[in-house]
Design a protein around this ligand. Structure first.
Ligand SMILES: Nc1ncnc2c1ncn2[C@@H]1O[C@H](COP(=O)(O)OP(=O)(O)OP(=O)(O)O)[C@@H](O)[C@H]1O
Ligand SMILES: [Mg+2]
Length: 880
């Protein structure tokens, strides 16, 4: 029988019972058979997540047209068409088309080079399927794309909900649904439907506020659940919310966006001001009317760095493609590359990032510090039953290590004689996990078995087990403050050896019917400690050293014990200084925290919120802050950072939120990513400085020429041809290779720095132009007649192109000059100079309104250019 058509999503199933939903989907709690899943896949298609689909060509093109420069160019085009200045309108149209085309192509290329890698780190879902109708169901990881309606899946901490689902079972499940609702607080989910509290604003797609429904794109924060898939692919709520919208914007407004927007809007204002200003000056001084409008528009076009979007996209895309190819680093959206280059602080988590998170149990002791395998037995009871009862898709590495080690011991075998009643799975806020169990056949008494961070467990204990591994109630004594202190000092001493410590406590109570909550974790009896050793990530030490060389301050922010954190840092050759316990930061204001954070290298015992708050404080203090982490507890900090980085084996939600994924797991790849970021920023900065200062110089010269000359200094067509030549030559900056010195410090695009630079060199450029005006007025015969004016125009055209060619290599930072300039830029600037000299002498000259110049002009031009080059050298380029 075919399942009910799930095209309508869970809307009509919203209030149905779990059984009813399973029946309508023609499935059962044991899941589908592989054969049935295949049939359904053919029928419903793949379960593609909307934002992972690459945008189509028309969409990409449309997105590039929305750029402010393109928009202003189009406005100028419309103005030109209105005054029938068809030549200008055509040139503008060509500029827009070429710019958008080149930009789309660059982005498409970068996408393609990362696509292969994205497959490597693609998310999977844990699905329960059967080989044949009679077979037992097996849990299996399948690519998210292969899920079909009716599949039964497991959800655990760190999972991204892969499709729209209806819960069948849940244990303390919380999900974050920001992707759908924008609400960042976690929502509690449970299988019992509650009637809608408000009308279904989400139409037939279902309502994220319903507790028994989870939706594609949400992330599991804590707890676990089993659910049946109700809608996949284009039928999910997320897909429907996406429909009709362009590709999803980047995760947040980054430092790059702010910089580029700052610069863009500054220029757009200039450009909009230019035409009225040119008209006004010409009308006031020379009494010219609207006939100067085409010229005014051409000047505004000349000021526009219309190739900026292309150069940005090409530079970033080229670097991103290089990183994907050579270092297997995926830059999920291009502006993150600039932020990597600008990053001056990197906060990193410890477990799973600097260490491998494959701990091995090293010892277990009773509270007196004597070896005691019985403690491990209790820890194993906790691990086994939290795992079983909470339906976790995969065990936590700590639990896995405990179970591995206990398997061989008597305590471990003993674990099987208990039966589970309830479980409160681990969450990084509580730092505990609890299993409630009873002995086989003895249902009247429940035993709470708690394990977790030493301080978290100790503060919930009131008694200590005296000795031996017998029943918890056998021989206990009260736990007073002095003993609590002694126990935590002993634990701290072991942590300082680099061990990860867990405290284990139990309590026996009369059985009860109601469920258990975190509030029940009190009045416990401490039974002892389990110590685990984690291995350092092989590339972590080299990566930390590399970051220090790049001028990036590293801060370790971990949920682990201060002692363990300090030791791991020392083993990695990183000085921990005074480790701050994150509990102490709660009382601090944001400014106090920022001050503390700037001089602290290690924060321990951080909750996920602490990690995020530290990142926000550093950003607030003006640092471009990166965050490197792999776990669910890193998610808020990753989102709060300027650039979120995660290793390739991070949990799904973290990978989903990161801007940069290190697919090869090698942390040293961060160094290459940072270098790539700084290189691209340097190339963009050079392009902007060169393009803007010469454009500004030309505009100043044209404005000055209005009152000085009885004729226009250049015809509109000439302004546009010159502009096209500049644009073509400046595309070479996409290939810029900055000097090594540039890579030693964080590099960012800062609008105020640009303004200062552009103002100085713009004026210098205008001075050279005015110099050449004087030369031309002195050397060109009959300058008041049309032939003389054609020669004048040619003279300025030649000078403009050569000065532009000069700045292309004189204004590069670091080792500038001819020898230190990449071949592509040398070739482009030489070509520009050649065109500048030859075009006025070529057969094309009359068509463009230019005429040949007298030889004395060339002599004097050489003098002006020499002076100009000397001035450029003297002012020096930035970063030299
Ligand atoms: N499965 C677990 N059961 C009980 N306690 C746990 C479990 N996992 C971790 N803990 C305890 O909770 C503490 C905090 O864990 P959390 O996951 O927040 O950080 P972490 O893994 O120690 O470090 P990092 O933040 O560097 O990843 C751990 O140091 C450990 O003492
Ligand atoms: Mg971690």
């Amino acid at each position: 029988m075919a399942p009910a058509d799930t095209g309508a999503g869970p809307g009509e199933l919203a209030d149905a019972t779990a059984l009813e939903v399973l029946r309508r989907l023609d499935t059962g709690p044991r899941g589908l058979t592989e054969a049935e899943a295949e049939v359904r896949l053919a029928r419903y298609g793949e379960n593609a997540v909307p934002e992972q689909r690459p945008p189509s060509w028309p969409r990409r093109f449309a997105a590039s047209v929305r750029d402010p420069f393109t928009a202003v160019l189009l406005c100028l085009g419309v103005v030109s068409a209105l005054v029938s200045s068809w030549g200008t309108a055509c040139v503008i149209t060509v500029l827009v088309l070429v710019s958008c085309g080149l930009r789309s192509r660059a982005e498409h290329r970068a996408d393609r080079s990362a696509a292969g890698l994205r497959q490597l780190v693609a998310t999977t879902a844990t699905v329960q399927r059967r080989a044949a109708p009679g077979a037992t169901p097996r849990l299996r990881e399948v690519p998210v794309a292969l899920l079909v309606p009716g599949d039964v899946i497991r959800l655990g901490p760190g999972d991204v909900v892969p499709a729209d689902v209806r819960l069948l079972r849940a244990h303390h499940l919380t999900v974050q649904q920001a992707a759908l609702t924008g609400e960042s607080a976690a929502a509690v989910k449970e299988p019992e439907p509650r009637p809608a509290v408000r009308p279904l604003t989400f139409g037939a797609g279902g309502d994220p506020e319903r507790p028994h429904l989870c939706f594609q794109g949400s992330s599991v924060g804590s707890g676990s659940g089993t659910a049946v898939v109700t809608a996949t692919g284009p039928r999910t709520l997320l897909a429907r919310a996406h429909r009709g919208r362009g590709p999803a914007a980047g995760p947040r407004a980054s430092a790059f966006d702010r910089a580029v927007h700052g610069i863009s809007w500054m220029l757009v204002r200039f450009m909009l001001l230019t035409p009225p200003l040119v008209l006004l000056v010409n009308a006031a001084v020379r009494g010219r009317g609207l006939e100067t409008l085409p010229f005014a528009v051409a000047v505004a076009v000349g000021l526009t760095p219309e190739m900026l979007p292309v150069v940005v996209a090409t530079v970033l895309a080229r670097r991103a493609a290089g990183l994907a190819r050579d270092d297997r680093v995926i830059v999920r959206w291009l502006p993150a590359l600039h932020d990597l280059g600008a990053m001056d602080v990197l906060c990193t988590d410890k477990t799973g990032t600097l260490t491998l998170d494959r701990p091995v149990v090293e010892a277990a002791w009773d509270p007196g510090g004597r070896p005691d395998p019985g403690v491990l037995g209790w820890a194993a009871v906790n691990s086994l039953w939290t795992l079983h009862l909470a339906d976790l898709p995969a065990p936590d590495p700590l639990d896995e290590a405990v179970l591995d080690a206990a398997g061989a011991t008597a305590g471990g075998r003993d674990a099987g004689r208990w039966e589970g009643v309830a479980a409160l799975p681990f969450d990084p806020g509580r730092r505990l996990s609890t299993a409630v169990v009873h002995r086989s056949g003895q249902r009247a008494r429940h035993t709470l078995v708690v394990k977790g961070a030493v301080e978290a467990v100790l503060e919930r204990c009131t008694r200590v087990r005296a000795a031996g591994s017998g029943e918890p109630a056998a021989a206990t004594r009260p736990l007073d403050e002095a003993e609590r202190l002694r126990l935590s000092e002993r634990a701290a001493a072991r942590a300082a050896e680099g061990l990860r410590l867990l405290a284990v406590a139990v309590d026996e109570r009369p059985a009860r019917l109601g469920g258990y909550r975190a509030a029940d974790e009190h009045g416990l009896v401490l039974v002892g400690f389990v110590a685990l050793r984690d291995t350092l990530a092989p590339t972590a030490a080299a990566a930390l050293a590399g970051l220090a060389r790049r001028g990036i301050a590293v801060k370790v922010v971990t949920g682990d014990h201060p002692g363990t954190a300090a030791r791991v840092c020392r083993d990695l050759g990183f000085a921990p200084g005074d480790v701050v316990d994150a509990g102490a930061v709660d009382a601090l204001s944001d400014t106090e925290l920022a001050e503390l954070a700037s001089r602290t290298a290690v924060f321990a015992r951080c909750t996920p919120e602490h990690k995020a708050r530290i990142v926000r404080a550093l950003r607030g203090a003006g640092h471009v802050t990166g965050f490197l982490g792999d776990g669910v507890n890193d998610l808020p900090a990753l989102r709060a950072s300027d650039v979120g980085i995660c290793p390739g084996d991070a949990v799904d939600v973290t990978r989903d939120a990161a801007d940069v994924v290190l697919a090869a797991k090698e942390l040293t790849a961060i160094d290459h990513a940072v270098t790539a970021g700084r290189r691209s920023t340097s190339a963009l900065g050079t392009y902007l400085r060169v393009a803007l200062s010469s454009n500004l110089g030309n505009v100043i010269a044209m404005l000055a020429a209005g009152p000085l000359l009885p004729f226009l200094p250049m015809l509109p067509a000439q302004v546009l041809v010159q502009n096209l030549c500049f644009d073509a030559a400046q595309l070479a900056f996409a290939a810029d290779r900055p000097a090594p010195g540039v890579l030693r410090r964080p590099a960012a695009l800062r609008p105020p720095d640009f303004l200062r630079f552009i103002a100085v060199f713009g004026v210098l450029n205008a001075a050279a132009d005015l110099g050449i005006f004087a030369v031309l007025l002195a050397t060109v015969p009959a300058v008041h007649h049309s032939t003389g004016q054609a020669a004048f125009h040619a003279g300025w055209f030649t000078e403009n192109l050569i000065t532009q060619a000069l700045v292309m290599f004189l204004l590069r930072p670091g080792r500038g000059g001819w020898a230190g300039t990449p071949a592509a830029i040398r070739a482009a600037s030489a070509a520009l100079a050649v065109v500048g000299v030859l075009l006025p002498l070529s057969p094309l000259a009359p068509a463009l309104g230019m005429a040949a110049l007298p030889p004395t002009y060339y002599l004097l031009l050489t003098a002006v250019l020499t002076l100009y080059a000397a001035a450029l050298r003297q002012r020096g380029a930035p970063g030299a």
